[in-house]
Every structure is written in structure tokens, then in C-alpha cells.
Design a protein around this ligand. Structure first.
Ligand code: TYD
Ligand code: MG
Length: 453
């Protein structure tokens, strides 16, 4: 008789225990333990892969073969296309466009390679997917559909033809093992993902799994899921904007630095090649409270317009509201402007916004934020055609930023004339800009903009 002992797994950290407690003893999360069937160990086949190899001889193994999806932004984020035998997990909010992106990628691979591709959908009917494919103008003879929630039935289809790529939409919708509870439960999700990984390795073809995310932005299901796959991508975007961003959170076959930007329109997702115009309206009218910077999103330089508005307050405590920059950072920079440049802030409500719905975390935007705050409070526009690049410290000092040369080149390409940067930057050339102002501190930098005498 089989010895079945009940085990529990934490959906947050993946810790497995034999006792069910209200709180996970490892990560401290409450109510996250669920009953769990330990997967049966596979027999035999593992023996060979565990043989040892000298690292130099391992280097001679040829680079993994890749399949280009033909969607340039997607291929770049993947590190140069899909890798044969590797599994990608893509997560994102409902309605963000995961199914659209992967259906487009599947259609594009089927068309470009002229070989069969399978799209497995547990969420939509054949009719729905086919209609969408027709609307996206990607329906072709080599794109095959398998709709239904039974994973075993769906993957049987993979033996029918020599598929070169397959997509599973989504891991939470599939039923893999009848004994393991509802689709979406930890056991089902884990078993489904393991099955897809095994098939991709066995057949040496790439696979993409679509995953739902929880309200905190994590992929729903055990954290283990992210450890199991080779690449984890995050597809995100603000509800009101038509732009979508694709980033790699983990990538065994490439960097996690690349950013892909798409625009959702009536024809599906189209890649945005010139990204710099997205967050900048190129309007040269000088308005108080507006400053430009070049922020880095991974390796991509983006021209970002920071807008600040100062309005006389009617409240006892002036309001500080921010969108696109962390509120604490905004409050700190406001305090630095007040103390280090002697500009009173207390009788004003202050609002800061990044045009276009981008969220900037790059500290190089500090100087532009401070310049925008000072300009708004003084009601004096900043010198037009200027970008501000620097991290600002509590003493009002301007610190150097990473990859300044790349940012300056991009500023010159976009037609900026001036750049205000830290006096500590060591530049080899002007990179095509007319004026580079190197300032030690905020006060000195603002003098250039005539905001401060
Ligand atoms: P979808 O790919 O179904 O999102 P997900 O799989 O992430 O839940 O995208 C659904 C949204 O995209 C839907 O609200 C409508 C929009 N959309 C377009 O605007 N144009 C299109 O051509 C398509 C296919 C979808
Ligand atoms: Mg979907």
C-alpha cells in the first residue's frame, strides 16, 4: 500500500511542511498554506544528466538554438528570440493584452517559419480565438488551436504534428490531474507547469505559459512557478494609457535590462520603435514647473517630462500629490528645495506628474524634479531645450548618474541644446550638445535657469 502523508505548501514562498498552521513559519504570511500532493519522482531518465563535466569542455557546447517570433520588441526582451526547449512564463493584469501578444507571436512564428504552431487556450472558445486571430490578421494554415481545460487532452495534440512552438493560455485555467482540486489551485498550477516544462524539454521546442497575477502584481500560484521556468516576463501598463511595457524579471538566456514597449490599438499590439517621444510632447512653449530629463528604463533611454504645479493652499497642511514618482521621494526633494535654495514651500499645495503615465524610479530624475518644483514655486519657466540629469542628496549636492554618456547622446539626438549635470561627472566630449553645465549643488544649477539669483 502507498504511504500517503499529507503535506502543505505556502503559496507565497513555496515552503513545504507537514503541519497546517495559520501562518507560514518561513515567510510569515497568513493563511497561505494549502494541501499539496508531492509530485512523483521521475525514474531513470535523470541519471545521465547528472554526470559531471569540466567547465572548459562545457563551454564547447554550442549556443542554444533560437526561434525569432518576428515581433522585434518581444524578441529583444527575450534576449534574441525564444530558446528551443526553454519555457517562458508571462504575467500581467487581466485585459492587459497577454493573449493578444502571444496569439500574434504564435501567428508570426507559424507564418515566418511556415511550420505548425499550437495555441492551447483554457480560457476562450475556439470561435473566440479564431475571431481574434482573424481580426489581428494572423490567421494562417499553420496556426493550430486547442481549446478546453483538460491539459492532457490538449498536449496529446502536440504529438500530431511537428510543432515548432506552443503557447498555453493560461496556467491557472488548466486541469492537469483530476485528483488535485480545481484549476488554479497550487497543485494544479504546479503540475501543469511541470508538464509543459517536461514536454518543451523532451521535444526541444520553446513554450510560453501565460499566468495571472495577484493584486500585488505577483504571478498567482506558488512562487515555485517562477523558479521552475527559464524566463519570467512581466507585461504591464496603466489602465488609461494604450502603451504596454514588457520586461524580463528573470531570464536564463538573456539580460533583464531590456524594455519592450507596445501600443494597443484596434489591430492588436504594435511595437513602438522610437520610444523617446512617448513621455515628452516636444512642445517648446516654456511653462513654469516643467523640466526634462533622460531616464533609463533598463538599457533604454527615455526623454521624460516632469510637470509640477504649485497652487496657493487653502488647507492648514499643504497638499503633496504625486503621480509617476514615489510620494516620499517627492516630499524629500521638496524639503531639499526649501532648505538648500531658500524657496518657501509651506503656503503652496504641490502636484507632480510624469506625462504619459510612466513610473520613474531612476534617481537621475531628482535634479529635474527639483528644478520643476523650484520653477513652479517661483512661477518662472526653465530655459527651454535643457535636460537635467543628476541625483540630489539631502545636502543639496548633485551626484553623478549611471551611463551619463548614453543619456547625453540621446538628449543631443532629440534636439536638446543644454544639459545640467553634476560637477563630478567626468566627460570626454559634449556628445553634440551646445552647453553642458556642471553644477556642484542645486543652488548653482538653478542659477543657470535664472530661477534663483
Ligand atoms: P487580452 O489579450 O485578452 O488580455 P489578457 O489576455 O491579458 O487578459 O486583451 C484584451 C484587451 O485588449 C481587450 O480589453 C481589448 C483589447 N484589444 C484591443 O484593443 N485590440 C485588439 O485588437 C485586441 C485583440 C484586443
Ligand atoms: Mg487572456
Amino acid at each position: 500500500m502507498k504511504n500517503i502523508s499529507v503535506k502543505y505548501i505556502c503559496s507565497e514562498c513555496g515552503n513545504i511542511t507537514t503541519t497546517k498552521t495559520g501562518r507560514c513559519t518561513v515567510c510569515g504570511s497568513w493563511g497561505t498554506l494549502e494541501e499539496f500532493n508531492e509530485p512523483q519522482k521521475s525514474t531513470g531518465s535523470n541519471k545521465k544528466s547528472s554526470s559531471q563535466k569540466n567547465i572548459i569542455s562545457a563551454l564547447n557546447v554550442k549556443a542554444p538554438s533560437r526561434i525569432l517570433t518576428g515581433i522585434e520588441e518581444f524578441d529583444r526582451v527575450l534576449g534574441g528570440g525564444l530558446v528551443a526547449g526553454a519555457v517562458v512564463l508571462i504575467g500581467g493584469q487581466p485585459g492587459i493584452g497577454k493573449s493578444t501578444l502571444l496569439l500574434q507571436a504564435a501567428g508570426s512564428v507559424a507564418k515566418n517559419l511556415n511550420q505548425p504552431v499550437l495555441y492551447i487556450s483554457g480560457e476562450e472558445s475556439e470561435n473566440q480565438v479564431a475571431l481574434r486571430a482573424a481580426r489581428l490578421k494572423i490567421a494562417c494554415e499553420n496556426l493550430f488551436l486547442s481549446c478546453g481545460q483538460n491539459l492532457n487532452d490538449a498536449v496529446e495534440n502536440l504529438d500530431d504534428k511537428n510543432f515548432v512552438f506552443f503557447v498555453l493560455d493560461s496556467v491557472q485555467a488548466m486541469n492537469c490531474d483530476d485528483d488535485s482540486g480545481w484549476p488554479g489551485s497550487i497543485n494544479q498550477v504546479r503540475a501543469t507547469a511541470q508538464k509543459i516544462i517536461d514536454i518543451a524539454r523532451d521535444k526541444n521546442i520553446p513554450a510560453v505559459i501565460i499566468g495571472h497575477i495577484t493584486k500585488d502584481g505577483k504571478i498567482a500560484g506558488p512562487m515555485l512557478l517562477e523558479h521552475m521556468v527559464d524566463t519570467v516576463l512581466n507585461f504591464s501598463g496603466e489602465g488609461y494609457s494604450s502603451y504596454r511595457m514588457l520586461r524580463a524579471v528573470k531570464n536564463r538566456y538573456g539580460s533583464t535590462e531590456e524594455l519592450g514597449i507596445f501600443e494597443m490599438n484596434e489591430n492588436g499590439l504594435s511595437p513602438v520603435i522610437d520610444k523617446s517621444g512617448l513621455y515628452w510632447n516636444r512642445d517648446d512653449a516654456a511653462v513654469p514647473g516643467v523640466a526634462m530629463t533622460i531616464a533609463l528604463e533598463g538599457n533604454t533611454p527615455l526623454a521624460v517630462e516632469i510637470q509640477t504645479l504649485a497652487a496657493r493652499t487653502v488647507f492648514q497642511y499643504p497638499r503633496r500629490t504625486s503621480r509617476g514618482i514615489e510620494l516620499n521621494r517627492f516630499q524629500l526633494l521638496t524639503a531639499v528645495v526649501e532648505r538648500r535654495c531658500n524657496i518657501p514651500v509651506n503656503n503652496h499645495d504641490l502636484y507632480i506628474n510624469i506625462a504619459g503615465g510612466l513610473h520613474v524610479q531612476d534617481p537621475s530624475a531628482d535634479l529635474a524634479s527639483c528644478a520643476a518644483i523650484a520653477s513652479a514655486l517661483k512661477n518662472i519657466p526653465l530655459t527651454s531645450g535643457t535636460c537635467w540629469l543628476g541625483e540630489v542628496g539631502l545636502a543639496g549636492e548633485i551626484r553623478p548618474v549611471t551611463r551619463i554618456e548614453l543619456r547625453l547622446k540621446e538628449a543631443a539626438r532629440l534636439g536638446f541644446n543644454n544639459a545640467v549635470i553634476s560637477s563630478k561627472e567626468d566627460l570626454k566630449s559634449n556628445h553634440g550638445l551646445k552647453n553642458i553645465i556642471q553644477a556642484k549643488n542645486l543652488s548653482e544649477a538653478l542659477k543657470f535657469a535664472s530661477v534663483k539669483k
